[in-house]
Write a protein that binds this ligand. Structure first.
Ligand SMILES: NC(=O)c1ccc[n+]([C@@H]2O[C@H](COP(=O)([O-])OP(=O)(O)OC[C@H]3O[C@@H](n4cnc5c(N)ncnc54)[C@H](O)[C@@H]3O)[C@@H](O)[C@H]2O)c1
Length: 341
């Protein structure tokens, strides 16, 4: 196969990270068209990255243009319908996380992917972050012995847009902000959870509770794995100070730390004994390399006929963990995981 030809659906914050990578940094790809329900956004985004075709209608593009793959950057509750359209047309799919807003929708996506045999990759770009990949390899090589505890922190500087407040559309803040942390914990352990517990509160956004009483903005989730380690995920928005994504992996023979709050710029040490530096401002910059490498890998998998990773099953599992965590939150007690894996 020559270049892999893409249509991008949803040209917003995440979608245009891929739009810019596909047009500016991946010679093996061609972005043929951009689709967004907002016509202005579709046109402006297409102009920005030098793509000639734009539309508000995916069916039209799939019918008229030669396309190999669909890149989904639209809102979470639209993912299932777009995957189905793409799979019906025999196109491969790269989809942003979370896979869907609930496990019912996620299961439908999994079934469509399995039935049609299209290649599908979920956008857990942290798996392509150099430090996280290296840590994964160290764990596989037994360098820190048996896993004891995995802590993953995911905090964003600003409050996510209002559609995310509605759990029935986004899957909730845990899905929106910490799907990546959940995937990392599951990836590192390679195991199914045994027990899940969640505590959450709304500290900074009372306005969200007016319409969505179950909205929370900060949370902790513990995951206990049978014959395996303990997992601890903490997250929340808006924290203001940084985009803060860090991990700590404790083993019987050592510990691995990944990430810092400090950005990549210089640190100024002053005579009044202060250290001053920038922090990571946004996820798109902190994981810049991850976003590029995940897409390159997806393209390689299409060209070489390899199953992409992370897979639709990985996406489904993260949605399952979110749902069990929410069940624990509403029941105010730990819950045993007895769901499909
Ligand atoms: N991987 C990551 O780190 C990361 C970061 C942010 C967001 N996301 C995910 O990306 C998705 C989009 O989030 P965002 O923050 O970029 O949202 P956004 O609002 O910035 O962009 C979404 C875009 O999709 C368009 N859209 C909505 N429904 C559509 C449809 N049916 N067809 C075509 N276009 C449609 C909107 O008009 C908008 O332009 C969400 O699932 C979110 O969880 C992932």
């Amino acid at each position: 196969m020559d270049k892999v030809k893409f249509v991008l659906v949803g040209a917003g914050r995440a979608g245009m990270v891929h739009g810019r990578n596909l047009t500016g940094y991946i010679p093996e790809a061609e972005l043929v068209a951009i689709v967004d329900i907002d016509e202005n956004k579709a046109r402006q985004s297409a102009e920005e990255v030098g793509v000639k075709k734009y539309s508000t209608n995916l069916d039209d593009i799939l019918k008229k243009e030669y396309i190999d793959a669909v890149c989904i950057g639209s809102l979470t509750f639209t993912h299932r319908e777009i995957v189905e359209k793409a799979a019906d047309a025999g196109k491969h799919v790269f989809s942003e996380k979370p896979l869907a807003q609930n496990s019912e929708e996620a299961k439908k996506i999994k079934e469509v992917v399995e039935k049609t045999g299209i290649k599908f990759q979920i956008g857990f770009m942290r798996r392509y972050d150099p430090a996280i990949r290296k840590a994964y390899q160290m764990i596989q090589d037994g360098i820190i012995g048996d896993l004891v505890m995995i802590k993953s922190t995911g905090r964003g500087p600003g409050l996510p847009p209002a559609w995310i407040w509605d759990r029935s559309k986004s899957g909730g803040m845990l899905a929106e902000v910490s799907a990546h942390d959940i995937d990392s914990v599951l990836w590192f352990t390679g195991k199914k959870p045994e027990r899940i517990y969640m505590e959450a509160k709304n500290f900074k956004s009372p306005q969200a509770n007016e319409k969505f009483p179950d909205f929370y903005d900060h949370y902790i989730v513990t995951i206990s794995f049978q014959d395996g380690p303990l997992g601890l995920i903490d997250g929340g928005c808006p924290v203001g100070y940084a985009y803060d994504g860090r991990m700590e992996i404790l083993g019987t023979k050592g510990m691995i730390r990944i990430g810092t709050t400090e950005g990549n710029g210089p640190v100024l040490m002053t005579l009044d004994k202060k250290a001053i530096c920038d922090t990571h401002d946004a996820w798109r910059n902190r994981f810049k390399e991850g976003y590029l490498e995940e897409m390159k890998s997806f393209i390689r998998c299409i060209q070489k006929d390899i199953k992409p990773e992370p897979s639709v099953e990985d996406g489904f599992r993260a949605v399952q963990v979110v749902e069990y965590a929410h069940r624990s939150l509403s029941q105010q007690k730990p819950v045993y995981f007895d769901g499909e894996w």
